[in-house]
Design a protein. Structure first.
Length: 193
């Protein structure tokens, strides 16, 4: 569920605020993409109800019941767009969903989870250079700027600061829209105000 999807109903105030503030980020050079796991509390994991065909977006992983937060942030580590999926969903799904919201920049930094030929080609078509190390299974190694890649720690720091909020670190909400709004509120307070 993208932050932009919350703009469709009459509500979604926090999501609209974050999208409005993030739209004026002014980033021209580098953005980062990554994902993190957020534990789901046992009260949120009631999997019985399927609403709007998407369910609660809570999935089972080795670590238990989780939700996965995919994010794009600018070079200062401020979130530009967020996307929530079930915990077992691949990074490729988040990359595909967030691709349309990528700003017009020169570089995209990502970890090995985003190393896919289709993603690299889509970035190249958009005029964005990928700084993504290749997976170890690749037959031909991929070259990337190691010095630039070290700056990717800013998105990890952003996730850490978001997880300082108890409501974000542990998902208590059953509804994914409410949970994503809570994440958007935390991002607004921490980064955009």
């Amino acid at each position: 569920m993208l932050v932009r999807e919350l703009l469709k109903p009459a509500k979604g105030i926090f999501a609209r605020m974050m999208v409005g503030l993030a739209a004026e980020h002014g980033e021209e050079k580098t953005v980062m993409i990554d994902a993190t796991y957020l534990k789901a509390h046992r009260t949120a994991t009631s999997m019985m109800a399927q609403k709007e065909g998407r369910g609660r977006l809570i999935g089972r992983t080795k670590g238990g019941m989780n939700t996965k937060l995919h994010a794009i942030c600018d070079s200062k580590g401020r979130p530009i767009d967020l996307f929530v999926t079930a915990g077992q969903v691949s990074d490729y799904v988040g990359a595909r969903a967030l691709f349309s919201s990528l700003p017009n920049v020169k570089w995209l930094l990502g970890d090995r989870g985003y190393d896919a030929d289709w993603f690299r080609e889509a970035l190249q078509d958009k005029g964005i250079r990928a700084c993504i190390p290749g997976r170890k299974q690749r037959k031909t190694p991929v070259k990337y700027d190691k010095r630039r890649y070290k700056r990717r720690n800013r998105i990890e720091i952003m996730f850490g600061r978001l997880k300082d909020w108890r409501r974000v670190a542990t998902r208590y909400d059953r509804c994914p829209k409410v949970f994503l709004s809570a994440i958007a509120l935390a991002a607004i307070v921490i980064y955009w105000l």
